[in-house]
Ligand binder design. Structure first.
Ligand code: ATP
Ligand code: MG
Length: 224
């Protein structure tokens, strides 16, 4: 099967003082295994909302999300949680690293949450840190790292449980242009080498060239 995620007529509304805001409005989309999909569109278009729905962090108001052919709507919360932990990796605009933990500890954490044993996790985490060029800084706290280095660690953490899909919400939005290019280049190369799938939210037109396909959102709809 070539389809990893299928969204069918997805809607998400937020109700603010009885006024409905349609953040995602009838989106039907198939994400293929191994593809890099860019999500673009102006601020407020619904990109983050859509990414949260794809990542099973939020539930749609209506419509269906299929993950590997399985409808996620009826799944109990613990099943959704383990799907998220085992199969989906997240990278955010701000790295969300835990400040009191070292780079290595931050990377290893999803493995521990997933129930892995330290002796098995440690070599995996070290290998991934090497891949993102951060092995020299494994023992450093996030506050001792530059923004770009912190984002490398966040990429490593997202890879820890070897997810099938990575979801990145403007992962370089907080970095200067050149660092943003470098990190996006590194991220997409890792994704291609590992034959993973990536959904990348980006405001930056130039970063779209790293993707196979672009979906442009406007007012909660895919317009292109
Ligand atoms: N928790 C919420 N409660 C109410 N409204 C929300 C909530 N989250 C998002 N929205 C609204 O939904 C719409 C889509 O928001 P979303 O964050 O998905 O946009 P975005 O495309 O990611 O924008 P940006 O580029 O600024 O990050 C906006 O109108 C936003 O105000
Ligand atoms: Mg957003």
């Amino acid at each position: 099967m070539n389809e990893l995620i299928k969204l069918h007529d997805l809607h998400k509304s937020f109700f603010v003082r009885d006024v409905a805001i349609k953040a995602v409005d009838s989106i039907t989309l198939t994400i293929k295994k191994g593809e890099i999909l860019a999500l673009t569109g102006p601020s407020g278009a619904g990109k983050s909302t859509l990414l949260h729905l794809i990542g099973l962090m939020d539930r749609p108001t209506s419509g269906e999300i299929f993950f590997n052919g399985e409808n996620t709507a009826g799944m109990p919360e613990n099943k959704r949680c383990s799907l998220r932990n085992q199969h989906i990796g997240f990278i955010f605009q701000f790295h969300h690293l835990l400040p009191e933990f070292t780079a290595l500890e931050n990377v290893i954490l999803p493995g521990i949450i997933g129930g892995g044993k330290m002796e098995r996790l440690l070599p995996v985490a070290n290998k991934i840190l090497r891949e993102v060029g951060m092995s020299q800084r494994a023992d450093h706290l996030p506050s001792q790292l530059s923004g770009g280095e912190q984002q490398r660690v966040a990429v490593a953490r997202a890879l820890m449980n070897e997810p099938e899909i990575l979801l990145a919400d403007e992962p370089t939005g907080n970095l200067d242009h050149e660092t943003g290019e470098t990190i996006t280049g590194m991220l997409t190369e890792i994704v291609r080498t590992r034959k993973m799938t990536l959904v990348l939210v980006t405001h930056n037109k130039e970063l779209e060239r790293f993707s196979d396909r672009t979906a442009r959102l406007l007012d909660g709809k895919i317009v292109e």
